[in-house]
Design a protein around this ligand. Structure first.
Ligand code: ATP
Length: 626
């Protein structure tokens, strides 16, 4: 079962969630997008941080470019020399020079591409690290509100697109732009008259791009968001496959997936349609001036205004314009996608941060809820007017019909959500003022969900930043054995020691996704052992064994017995098997606590609890068969 501190521990910061159950993500169901100023700021940091590498990359590209421009001039001279009559030696020299320039150009272009790739990978790695660090610092309620699909797609597909942009689009566009400028300058130097014709393309290019850009930006932003929706449905379906199958939700999930995919297809059709207007306009913007230049060149040559060498060079230059223009066209579009991806990746920066908080003084470990109310997002209150005192060491069971608000109460007790009204206090301190580290030493929520992290059994037990200690001690066998003692004790307590011993490398065996599979009950026992090691004062157990079959459930319940010893325990239950052992029972209905007392007191009161108990008691007894 998942223990909520895991994310906070991974963040490694002693921080607490920002107040409020749902921020911007909660209100919209999607993470926000960064705006242009954020992208500009990011670009500024990128340019400053990578200035030397950028200069080297562009320097290499420029050198390759100059080499590529020398080639046509040499060929021009060659053609003119042959026409005017020359020696074979001169032809050889010119041909050799041409080959040498070509080789230089190839080597320089190769070095430039390598630099661009390294640059892209560096920037991407840093952006990804920042993204993950930022996500880990998000209040858990934000992550819950937005779901994992949007986060996943930003960290994977969007990051890949940004990578593609930095690695390919940025250098190619820069190279194409510089090539165009240099080539134009070369034409201008060769023959200003012939250069004039090329300007005819400028109005076509400017007008069509001015029309296309804002439309394409919106379409690409929508496309990435819709792709995130597809990922979210796919992820949800895969994660809840067992529930979907049990409840026959397959067709419903298929419909949702189909609708999400339809959205993507529609937007792709729109982007393709936009391209079918823009691309031909740009083609026109390149073909018309090229044709014009050649026409002017032909006429000027006939009238003796330009020589054959100039005309040959200009014809080659004009031809050489085709590739950079094509690159500019294709990669500018790719850059738009990269820009949309970057806005999504940087969007997490707009969410509230978990600010570091100083430790709050507490007096004991009693829990007190005063006038607590809570609603998800802007919706109705699902908890209202809750007043509750839980003494340190008390066992409280929470029962009630489905939707009564039991799990929500559990999340408020553990500080996963903060009340929208009233206060939750632990040891007299407002829970919202406690840093996460301190909060998790006080109280932890244990749910039905479990997660085994990829790594060794030891890593899984020592989550919470204690791996370093384990790595240090691994060098010294005696100290390692000593350090392992509490781990084995915890594993013994949750009845998992035999299982770990049976693994090929004991505590050092790799488990989790991609390694040895762990059964749900073992995963839950592992999480309980982890909890034993982190040793919180209070536990909220939310249906901890509800999803297990009865044998596994009995095994985990026996493991739980070791964990709850000596702690404050709030158990949220559907089955009433063990409610009699509780000190008190809270009955919830419609978001309120309607009854509170011991089993005997509540039976004597003959109210809601008595009705629940009798119904459950009758159902579990074997009745007369008819
Ligand atoms: N993440 C959420 N967003 C919006 N509403 C929610 C969310 N989680 C629960 N609710 C709503 O809050 C109310 C209380 O739900 P809660 O899960 O706390 O009840 P419960 O008593 O634990 O039910 P169950 O026994 O079925 O788990 C329900 O109306 C539920 O639909």
């Amino acid at each position: 079962m998942t223990t909520t501190p895991t994310r906070a521990s991974a963040a490694g910061a002693d921080t607490a969630p920002a107040p409020g159950p749902a921020g911007p993500a909660g209100a919209t169901g999607r993470l926000p997008l960064a705006d242009r100023s954020d992208v500009r700021a990011w670009t500024g940091v990128f340019l400053r941080g990578e200035a030397p590498r950028l200069a080297l990359t562009f320097g290499l590209f420029a050198a390759a470019l100059v080499a590529s421009l020398v080639g046509p001039r040499l060929l021009g001279h060659l053609v003119e020399s042959v026409k005017d009559g020359t020696t074979a030696d001169r032809v050889d020299v010119l041909a050799l020079a041409f080959v040498a320039v070509l080789a230089c150009q190839t080597l320089l272009a190769r070095a430039a591409r390598t630099q661009a790739t390294l640059l892209g990978e560096r920037v991407l790695a840093r952006t990804r690290e920042n993204f993950v660090r930022r996500v880990l610092a998000l209040p858990l309620s934000e992550v819950e509100a937005v779901g994992t699909g949007d986060l996943l797609s930003r960290a994977t597909t969007d990051a890949d697109r940004l990578n593609e942009s930095i690695r390919q689009a940025v250098p190619r566009i820069a190279l194409a732009a510089v090539t165009l400028v240099f080539t134009f300058a070369a034409i201008l130097l060769t023959s200003p008259l012939l250069a004039l014709g090329l300007l005819a393309g400028v109005p076509f290019a400017v007008l069509s791009t001015w029309w296309y850009r804002p439309r394409a930006t919106r379409a690409y932003e929508l496309l990435l968001a819709q792709e995130a929706d597809v990922l979210a449905v796919t992820h949800e379906t895969a994660r809840g496959a067992a529930t979907a199958e049990a409840l026959g939700l397959g067709p419903r999930q298929a419909r949702r997936h189909g609708a999400a995919v339809d959205g993507v297809v529609r937007t792709r059709q729109r982007t393709t349609w936009l391209q079918t207007i823009w691309f031909p306009s740009l083609d026109l913007a390149t073909m018309v001036p090229m044709a014009l230049t050649l026409l002017i060149g032909g006429l000027a040559y006939q009238r003796g205004e330009v020589g054959l060498a100039e005309l040959t060079a200009v014809v080659l230059y004009v031809q050489a314009l085709g590739e950079p223009l094509n690159d500019l066209l294709t990669w500018t579009d790719e850059l738009q996608i990269g820009n949309a991806a970057l806005r999504r990746i940087l969007g997490v920066e707009r969410l509230p941060r978990e600010e570091p908080r100083p430790p709050a003084p507490t007096d004991g470990h009693a829990i007190r809820l005063e006038g607590v109310g809570f609603g998800y997002g802007a919706g109705r209150e699902v908890l209202t007017g809750i007043d509750l005192d839980i003494a340190a060491g008390e066992r409280l069971v929470v029962v009630g019909a489905s939707g009564a608000g039991k799990s929500t109460l559990g999340k408020l007790l553990a500080g996963v959500h903060h009340p929208t009204r009233g206060t939750v206090r632990i040891g007299g301190a407002d829970i919202t003022a406690l840093p996460v580290g301190q909060l998790r030493r006080e109280i932890v929520l244990v749910t039905q969900e479990q997660h085994v992290f990829t790594g060794t059994v030891r890593d899984n037990l020592l989550l919470a930043g204690e791996q370093d200690r384990a790595e240090d001690t691994a060098e010294d066998a005696d100290r390692a054995t000593e350090a392992d003692t509490p781990l084995w004790k915890a594993l013994e307590s949750v009845l998992l020691a035999d299982w770990v011993r049976s693994l090929p490398e004991g505590l050092d065996s790799e488990i989790g996704p991609g390694a040895a599979l762990v059964s749900p009950s073992h995963a839950q026992q592992l999480a309980l052992a982890r909890l034993l090691l982190s040793d919180p004062y209070a536990l909220v157990l939310d249906e901890a064994t509800a999803l297990l079959d009865s044998t596994a459930s009995r095994r985990v319940e026996r493991s739980l017995a070791a964990l709850i010893e000596g702690r404050t325990v709030v158990s949220i239950v559907h089955r009433l098997d063990s409610v009699r052992d509780a000190d008190r029972i809270a009955v919830m209905d419609g978001g309120r606590i309607v009854e509170l007392g011991s089993h005997d007191e509540l039976l004597a009161a003959n109210g809601a609890y008595a009705a629940l108990w009798h119904a459950w008691d009758t159902a579990r007894r074997p009745g007369p068969r008819t």
